[in-house]
Design a protein around this ligand. Structure first.
Ligand code: PAF
Length: 290
């Protein structure tokens, strides 16, 4: 199936307005390209729920805290367009840098409370860049629904908070993480892993599952939960833990005691590749043995 490639803000707006006049709801899937089955799940969900599906492909420079990471980010527009076409995306907005930032950005969106810890702490400016570009994309596309993956759970929480605080007229839809058979969460960064690092990487999910199991078994102290999980990561010398935290699922502030639903989140380095993952532990599970 083919889709329409649009490079300018004016054309997206005109096409979205026409779709709206025709009575169709608009779903938006913001991406930075390098598309994989995780993005595919977002697109398929949008396709099932919306009359018109717009995917955006833009590698956003202001969310990279390290220039080299921006420079080496995988870019393959023809493959991404084919991927979108196969998933029934109607329109792909792939603007050039100058279209999105004709001048260096002078206005930013900050969500400091949600961005304070975890990735926000270790990647200064990252969530400010994400919130700013997502705000721009939502203003440009003006969708009814916007789709984001739970794999980037703190990003999702930042966007939900921004949408709520600034009254964006959009419903944010979260879509479960897609995993390889061995548990590794799909990410465009997985491509950069060496064969040995790839073999070690499923330890992230094993550690998260151990933490979740500890909570299900009745452990309430967050340090004890971490103690149950970290050996799975320590057993892999190729991995270096940046953080492993038990957090409130909305604020993303670390908790000392588990007293309701929590998210367990981790960031781990495999050489120069940073991997993140998380699992949600619902309140029922946290209270089952309390
Ligand atoms: O998750 C991503 O791919 C990016 O952070 C996003 C939301 C498209 C903003 O650039």
């Amino acid at each position: 199936m083919s889709n329409v490639l649009v490079n300018t803000i004016a054309e997206v707006r005109a096409r979205v307005a026409a779709a709206r006049r025709a009575g169709r709801s608009i779903g938006c899937v913001p991406t930075m390209g390098a598309l994989h089955a995780g993005h595919g799940a977002l697109m398929e969900r949008a396709r099932a729920e919306c009359g018109t599906v717009v995917a955006t492909i833009f590698v956003n420079p202001i969310q990279f805290d390290v220039q080299a990471d921006y420079d080496r980010y995988a870019r393959n527009l023809p493959a991404d367009l084919a991927f979108c076409g196969e998933r029934g995306v109607d329109m792909v907005f792939a603007p050039a840098l100058e279209e999105m930032y004709p001048a260096p950005a002078g206005t930013f969106v900050d969500v400091p409370e949600t961005a304070q810890y975890l990735c926000g702490q270790h990647r200064p400016g990252h969530f400010r860049g994400v919130a700013t570009v997502v705000a721009k994309l939502l203003h440009i596309v003006q969708p009814d629904f916007a789709y984001f993956g739970e794999k980037d759970a703190q990003q999702l929480a930042v966007i939900e908070r921004m949408v709520e605080d600034l009254n964006f007229p959009v419903s944010v839809v979260s879509v479960p993480t897609v995993r390889e058979a061995d548990g590794l969460a799909l990410s465009s960064r997985n491509e950069r892993l060496t064969a040995e690092q790839r073999r070690a990487a499923p330890a992230l999910y094993r550690a998260l599952q151990s933490a979740r199991q500890a909570i299900a078994d009745g452990v309430r102290n967050a340090e004890t939960v971490k103690g149950a999980a970290l050996p799975a990561l320590a057993a892999e010398p190729l991995l270096r833990v940046e953080y492993f935290e038990v957090v409130d699922p909305r604020s993303f502030h670390p908790v000392a005691e588990v007293a309701g639903g929590v998210r367990i989140a981790t960031a781990v380095w495999a050489g120069s590749t940073r991997l993140i993952d998380n699992v949600f532990c619902p309140a029922e599970e946290s209270s089952a043995r309390a």
